[in-house]
Design a binder for this molecule. Structure first.
Ligand code: T4K
Length: 393
């Protein structure tokens, strides 16, 4: 609950008033399902004395996720980044792979860590997803693949990217870290491209503490990834593939199974919060809230606003004012992966091809949502934005 009413600039913490919230409000506050059900599962794990290595909880989790997403295989992993790396290896990507810079840096890191050069393509400034024309411009003889990212859970332009991949004989996979439960043209994300990679990190709408998965309809690819995530073991003592340790542990699967049961409640609260933000910010000059297509399913987990160039205050002024009130909003994914040191060193001039990425990176603020955020809090956060965005300095 907010602890003060903000009527004017003088009531803001940046101007010396006490903060609106006595405890920090986080963007990535985990959604936690039925504790009793989770603890029962943990007891079962302890009774089984089977803690990891493809245990019964992980197997049940994989089956339930595959059914939930309507896809043949779900290969559960220890986190989304390792899942990306294993998918990249299993697809035999090499040379250069085209990715957006406007994503969490793990998308680029997963490639780089596998000795592959991430080549950044620009985005559509409206959807924040890869622009297919920009992808075409970045193809070279060394390109072997494209990784589309379903940013904010809004599907990348899947059909267009698939056409480009087919035309140029490239592999296409998706970073679906934000898109658990999202749809594209009415079909659940998880089945597109050669494979799709999810993150079930604590900060995601659906979490397994840490965790991730690759989903695919390709039997051979699924088999290769299962081998790779367990050192390449095929039965005892027989290693038939180079591999790593990408296994999900039983307690993470238990968390996932528990959270899956209440996922609809999480989505409903997120939808409610998003609608409240939309109502409260509708007439605030210079502020626009990213919307979700009502014809598609989305977790509404990311509440993203853009501060336009003609807003009286800057994006950073507003962010600073929110943080002073204990609202720990973020500017994900500023400044863009290409401006982070490893990739800045690699491509000092990448920005020349990334105009929209730059523009979007300077505008965005991501606001708190999730099960722990009340409607009062949403209205108070919106009020802070409305008042701060209307004043200079
Ligand atoms: N691809 C994309 C597009 C991604 O967004 C991600 C991850 C990945 C790939 C890689 O998947 P993983 O390997 O992570 O499974 C966070 C998450 O760590 C990361 O998973 C996520 N994307 C990214 C968008 O956000 P940070 O560095 O911003 O996390 P941090 O520690 O600042 O936490 C965010 C907020 O959440 C803070 O306000 C604190 C709060 N929080 C965090 C945790 C862990 C809590 O309230 N409770 C918690 O338990 O990266």
């Amino acid at each position: 609950m907010p602890i003060k009413i903000i009527r004017s600039k003088a009531d803001l913490a940046v101007n010396g008033a006490p903060p609106a919230f006595d405890k920090p409000l986080h963007v990535g506050r985990p959604n936690i399902g039925d504790r009793e059900a989770f603890l029962q599962r943990v007891n079962q794990i302890l009774d089984n004395q089977w803690l990891t290595n493809n245990g019964p909880m992980v197997q049940e989790f994989e089956q339930r996720i595959a059914t939930h997403l309507g896809v043949k295989h779900c290969v559960a992993m220890c986190n989304g980044t390792i899942a990306l790396e294993i998918a990249i290896r299993a697809l035999k990507l090499e040379g250069e792979v085209i990715v957006p810079s406007w994503t969490f840096v793990a998308t680029a890191h997963a490639l780089y860590w596998q000795g592959i050069t991430p080549v950044f393509a620009d985005i559509d400034p409206v959807t924040h997803n890869l622009d297919p024309d920009a992808v075409r411009r970045m193809i070279t003889p060394r390109t072997t693949g494209i990784i589309g990212v379903h940013l904010w859970g809004r599907a990348a332009p899947i059909d267009e990217l698939q056409s480009i991949a087919d035309e140029h004989d490239l592999k296409l996979m998706f970073d679906a870290a934000h898109a658990f439960g999202s749809t594209y043209k009415g079909q659940t994300i998880g089945r597109f491209g050669a494979c799709e990679v999810f993150s079930f990190h604590a900060t995601k709408s659906f979490n397994t503490f840490e965790g991730g998965a690759v989903t695919t309809n390709d039997d051979e690819l699924a088999e290769a990834m299962r081998l790779m995530r367990n050192f390449g073991f095929h039965g005892y003592d027989n290693v038939i593939h180079p591999g790593t340790n990408g296994k999900m542990i039983e307690v993470c699967a238990a968390m996932g199974l528990t959270n899956l049961d209440t996922l609809d409640d999480v989505f409903a609260v997120n939808r409610r919060n998003h609608a409240e933000y939309a109502k409260a910010l509708a007439n605030v000059p210079g502020i626009s809230l990213l919307t979700y297509n009502p014809a598609e399913r989305n977790s509404h987990h990311y509440v993203v606003i853009e501060v336009s160039d003609d807003c009286v205050a800057t994006r950073d002024d507003i962010l600073f004012a929110l943080q002073a009130e204990n609202v720990l909003a973020r500017k994900y994914f500023w400044p863009g992966a290409h401006r982070m040191k490893p990739y800045r060193d690699l491509y000092p001039h990448a920005g020349l091809m990334l105009n929209y990425t730059h523009a979007v990176a300077e505008k965005v603020i991501v606001l708190p949502t999730g099960m722990s955020l009340s409607e009062h809090a949403v209205s108070s956060i919106s009020n802070i934005i409305a008042i701060r965005s209307n004043s200079r300095g």
